[in-house]
Design a protein around this ligand. Structure first.
Ligand code: GLA
Length: 384
């Protein structure tokens, strides 16, 4: 099978009858720990994974954008100088429209362009296929137009496109790791300062991603609701974000906050702590401590933040029964389905895979999809 880069290159030449001037590729991501902490100005610890969205691009003589999504089999076209409107007929194109609106609003001068898009980041699995698309597009559009942009700026514009145009109030984690990820490293990101620290992954460890294949429903609505609940608690304490609240302060407010608000905030506060501890445990190569921290994170997402579903909890239990204390497993991403992430010594991968393949369908009636992935560099770090 050809890679997304080869595929867009060939298809671009065939469809537009001219070779692409450049091709960009941005990776999807998986988060080791630090869930729903990014929009609370907290800490996250994601890695960029070896699945990419590729964009081939060439200049047009007019001011139009004409884009083909090969995996969807649909095309979109609009004028850079007219009002750029949301398009219900081609949902993928709203990421393109959204990033262009943000770039233009921020003074970037863009050329008209022919664009071809394809990727192998599993869609709807919580592995950030949309962030990979945004980052790949931003890199391609700016480079074609002779504009310079940093990975952090690109991440901000990708996030702004989601927040202002697409309608998901996501944080900055997915875009930032897709832009700035580093091969064989996780990035400890301080989502307030956007300072990033590369943390090496333990030698001989493997990352296994298991897609529950649960149909994700109401994801954006529930996501936005969690964000509102966190912001309400921050407002109660008159601080910028939950990052600034401690557990003692929270305990002192049990009479005034609702039970749900208390649990949501407790998840974020404890998760920030676990994320920083996990970064240290990774540096120490201490998979046993990581396993404990990942288990606590999953339980906190299940009981306090209420973003897991029974099929995901079932996957976690199956994996845990195989790996014991030797590694970690937890749901990863925004929640309500999607994937679990397993970080284990390489020697345990085959046992985990066979237990999941046998037991998960029996217990849920669903087939899992397993991906063993390597950790790659982000779109703004390629060639480093
Ligand atoms: C989604 C969002 C991210 C982050 C995670 C949860 O992936 O896009 O910004 O909030 O959920 O950690």
């Amino acid at each position: 099978m050809s890679s997304p880069v080869e595929f867009v290159e060939r298809a671009h030449s065939e469809h537009f009858e001219c070779d692409p001037e450049l091709i960009t590729a941005a990776p999807g991501r998986v988060n080791l720990i630090g869930e729903h902490t990014d929009y609370n100005d907290g800490f996250v610890l994601p890695v960029a994974i070896s699945y990419h969205t590729a964009v081939a691009i060439s200049r047009r003589d007019d001011r139009n954008i004409v884009a083909n999504a090969l995996d969807e089999g649909t095309q979109t076209q609009f004028d850079l100088d007219a009002d750029i409107a949301f398009d219900v007929a081609t949902p993928w194109s709203n990421y393109l429209r959204g990033v262009i609106v943000e770039l233009l609003r921020n003074g970037y001068r863009l050329s008209g362009a022919n664009i071809t898009i394809s990727g192998n980041v599993p869609m709807g699995a919580g592995l950030s296929s949309s962030a990979a698309l945004e980052i790949s597009l931003i890199r391609a559009l700016t480079q074609l137009s002779g504009e310079t942009i940093t990975g952090i700026e690109a991440a901000r514009f990708g996030q702004a496109a989601e927040n202002n145009f697409v309608g998901c109030n996501c944080g900055i984690m997915d875009q930032l790791i897709s832009a700035e990820g580093l091969e064989n490293h996780a990035l400890l990101i301080d989502c307030r300062s956007l300072d990033t620290q590369p943390v090496p992954l333990p030698a001989d460890s493997a990352l296994l991603i298991i897609n529950s294949n649960v149909q994700r429903k109401l994801v954006d609505g529930e996501y936005n609701l969690r964000r509102q609940q966190c912001e309400q608690v921050a407002r109660h304490f008159a601080v910028a974000a939950l990052r600034d609240v401690g557990l003692e302060q929270l305990a002192a407010a049990t009479a005034v906050l609702t039970e749900v608000q208390l649990r949501r905030a407790r998840h974020v506060i404890t998760e920030n702590d676990r994320t920083q501890q996990t970064a240290q445990a990774l540096r120490d190569g201490d998979l046993v401590s990581i396993g404990k921290l990942m288990a606590d994170s999953h339980e906190s997402m299940r009981a306090d933040f209420e973003i897991t579903v029974p099929e995901i909890d079932c996957l976690v239990d199956i994996v845990k029964s195989v790996i014991g204390p030797s590694g970690g497993v937890r749901m990863t991403g925004g929640g309500f389905g999607g994937c679990v992430l397993v970080l284990v010594p390489q020697s345990l991968v085959a046992d985990v895979a066979s237990a999941v393949t046998n037991q998960y369908p029996q217990q849920t009636g669903l087939q899992p999809t397993l991906f063993e992935c390597s950790v790659v560099s982000g779109a703004f770090n390629q060639g480093v």
